[in-house]
Write a protein that binds this ligand. Structure first.
Ligand code: CMP
Length: 138
């Protein structure tokens, strides 16, 4: 079935002018951009977004990195969106990212891995509504 996932382009990739390159890969892979904007999180907002990771050793570094500059959050639509998008972005560790994936091309490290992708339909809905209201989703 057609469904939705949530993604955001991380600060280092926005700062390096890769919004166009990354959205081109997303659209070429058959995803429709339902919502998109450029915004910046405070450290506290990043902490809330990544609350599931709060016990992880990299949580502080993650929140600092994600609030260090503008990001581009998006809601995407496609058949089998969550799983297909995770395949398109590639492994979290860019050293393991497959050829042709967004992270293979744009990730710099485990933390600066260019882009986020929701890991379930449930989290896609939660993460999408963190950034976008109903009248922003077309
Ligand atoms: P993301 O898909 O946005 O979800 C959690 C993020 O935590 C992940 O991408 C990485 O940016 C970050 N992350 C995961 N593992 C590590 C790690 N070992 N060191 C630093 N950052 C990490």
């Amino acid at each position: 079935a057609t469904n939705r996932t949530f993604t955001m382009i991380k600060p280092h990739a926005v700062a390096d002018n890769h919004i166009g390159g990354i959205t081109a890969m997303i659209e070429a892979a058959g995803f429709r951009i339902v919502a998109m904007k450029k915004t910046q999180l405070s450290a506290a907002q990043a902490g809330k977004f990544y609350e599931v990771h709060k016990e992880r050793p990299f949580y502080g570094e993650l929140c600092e990195m994600m609030s260090s500059g503008p990001i581009v959050p998006m809601i995407l639509e496609k058949e089998n969106a969550v799983a297909d998008f995770r395949a398109l972005i590639g492994a979290t560790n860019p050293a393991n990212a497959e050829e042709g994936t967004i992270r293979k091309k744009y990730a710099k490290s485990m933390g600066e891995n260019a882009i986020h992708g929701s890991d379930s339909d449930e989290n896609a809905a939660i993460e999408g509504s963190f950034f976008f209201g109903a009248i922003e989703q077309y």
